[in-house]
Design a protein around this ligand. Sequence first.
Ligand SMILES: [Zn+2]
Length: 53
Amino acid sequence: MTGSALGQALAVAPGDAEYRTYMGHTLTCAACRAGASCVTAVQLGRVWREARG
Ligand SMILES: [Zn+2]
């Protein structure tokens, strides 16, 4: 094991935390799971895009 793959997996890209928050919401929100984008999802998505740059 070289460790390079592990290093890449642990690297945090810009907006990664926000993306996880956004995805976590869509997986647990009934409206989002139904295919709709609720107000929270829109806000989280906006935060993600801004953090990602
Ligand atoms: Zn939602």
